[in-house]
Every structure is written in structure tokens, then in C-alpha cells.
Write a protein that binds this ligand. Sequence first.
Ligand code: F2R
Ligand code: MG
Ligand code: MG
Length: 345
Amino acid sequence: MQQPNLLSKFRGSVLGGLVGDCCGEPYEGQVLTDGDKAILRRSLNQLEGPYFKAPAKKYTDDSAMTRSVIRCLIEHKDINTKELATSFVKEHAAEPNRGYGGAVVEVFRKLLKNKFTDIVGPAQEQFLGRGSYGNGAAMRVSPIGLFCYNKPEKLVELVKKSAEITHSHSLGINGAVLQAAAVNICVQKDPKTFFHDEFLSELIPKMQELEKESEVPGIKASGPNFTQQLKEVKTLLDSPNPLSEDEVLNALGHDVTAIYSVPTAIFIFLRAQGPIEGIQSENPFRRTLEYAISLGGDTDTIASMACSLTGALHGDSLIPENLLKHCEAHGEFIELANKLYESSI
Ligand code: F2R
Ligand code: MG
Ligand code: MG
């Protein structure tokens, strides 16, 4: 296989995110039994096989908000927070039934009420002033990792601006930085010489530095941080014994919070670069997708984040063409990926 070119990597990441969202959506919030996993496998095989006419698989809030981020980067070559906030609110007003987070709609309501005069205030008021630590800022941020492929020094600033419209809790924001930084590393790597050790040894110090900055002196965090979760990812990947799903989920989680979903997506991406017991595919993209959904929980979001990483590493040639054709708005997302590439170089 040839080393994928940069445009292919942009398309792989954007389209990977869309496919993960559309295919994960029907399973969101579920725990999959062995029977469900067999049905999932058959359904993915069918979607990948000879094309047949069927209603498109719907995208959710993950892709709706990602599209707003891409459009903003194309138009402004920056994150213009007022424009992005307006775009989120318009998207939601036009199609409120895309499965948005339970609390984030309150932010949209307040932004409309204040006529976008205060962009970050509504997010800061969420959860009695603590802010949201949901994964909504992380699920939409992969395009920033792509956009910054040749300007990594801008990544944290752009991600923070995109996140703070809806998420003011440090875990919500840092989870978004983690996802974008992971994409940013993938887009620069050659898949033929990719090793999880090297990838994690680039990512962990970045999160260590970031998390030192967001520590509040004298206050001990009640749960783990991303640096600790990434070390768990490494321990799991280095385990000499076969890993059970329970071991993975007990260590990393799979819910709608950033801390228990972004490292999980990174683990899935890394594990899917090699064979996975029970998943019969030679294709790392298909392994990422099937494994992410079969672990259950926040399947649309975790599959979307994990597949956008595999897409950024390998490019779009690994995304089965007919599977992509079954995803709503795939043509529009191909165009957006092309334009994002042009505006980034
Ligand atoms: N919301 C969903 N899925 C559930 C319903 C979908 C169903 N298919 C349907 O159509 O009805 N998915 C989407 O939400 C997640 C992203 O959420 P986001 O944008 O972060 O929203 P929010 O509301 O800010 O946070 C989500 C939940 O996290 C908990 N939470 C966050 N911060 C908290 C805090 N400080 N204290 C306590 N809890 C906190 C709350 O339960 C929030 O509701 C993605 O999965 C996306 O796909
Ligand atoms: Mg969703
Ligand atoms: Mg979700």
C-alpha cells in the first residue's frame, strides 16, 4: 500500500467521523449482547457489499456540529466564536431531533436570548456554574487537528475557542484538545511505520503539560485526568494476555463524559491497528468501526472519534465505498473535506 497523501488523510478523517456517527447511532446507550454483535457484523457486511437502495443512515449532533466547525475553518481560517456559536444554534433550530446532549440545548436557548452578545457565559452557567464535562466539544473537533497539521502550535488555542461555546469544565475542554491532538499526530504519521508506543509517547507529554496548566492549586481532582487515562491505555495495549471487554470498560469507560470516552476512542483506534479477536477483517478501518460499536455505550460518538483517527492515519482508501454511500450527506462531507484541505495548506 502506498503512503496516503495529505488530501486522502483529510478525507479519511472527516468521512471516518461521519461513518462512525451514522453507523454507531442505532446502538447509542446500549450494551450489546453476542447476538447484537452478530447482527452488527452482518449489517456492516451488507453495507460494505454490493450497493443496494436503502434509507440513508442518519447522522447525529456529532456530525451536525463537526460540519459547523469545518465551515468556520474554511471561511475564516480560524475559529470565529460568534460565527461558530450562531452556526451551532441555527443547526439545532433547524433540526433539533439529531440527538443533542441533555443540557447543551440550554446553552443554545441562552445564546439566542442574549443575541450572541455573550458567547461563553451560557456555557459557564451550566451545571450550577461547574460547566459541562460531556464529550460534545471533543466529538466535533477532529477538523481542527487536521487544519493544524502544519501549524500545531495553534491547536490548543483553536480547540479552546471552539469548546468554550458549550463546555467550560476543564475535562470537557481538555478532552477536546486530546482528540484534536491525536488527529494531528495521525495526519503526520506514515501508517507503515506506526507504533502505538511512539504515538502515546508524543501524546502523553502534551496532555501532562496541558493538565498542569488547568490544575487548581490546593484542590485535588476527584477522578482521573487524561494523562492517567492515557497511561491506562498503554497498560491495556501492552498487556500480554487477551483483553476482555469488561477489563477495557472498567479501565476506560464508554459514557457521554469526555474523560470516559475520548481515551476509550484512542484505545479502540490503537487496538484496531492489529487483529482483534472476534472481528474478522483485514481492514483497520472496519476493525475500528466494529470494535467501537460492539463496546456499546456512547457508540455514535466513540465510533466517530475512533474512526476519524484511523481515517487520519490511513486516508480514505480504507473506507469501504458502499458503506460511505449509505451515510446521509456523504457527498457534502467529501466536499467539505476537500475545501478544508485547500484552506489549510
Ligand atoms: N445526548 C446524546 N444521546 C442521548 C440521547 C440520544 C437519543 N438517540 C435521542 O435522540 O434522544 N448524545 C449526544 O450527547 C453527547 C454529547 O453531549 P454534550 O454535547 O457534551 O452535552 P451536555 O448536555 O453538555 O453533556 C452531556 C451529559 O453529560 C453529563 N454531564 C456533563 N457535565 C456534567 C456536570 N458538570 N455534572 C453532571 N453531569 C454532567 C449530563 O448527563 C449531560 O446531559 C454525545 O454522546 C452526543 O452524541
Ligand atoms: Mg450524537
Ligand atoms: Mg453520542
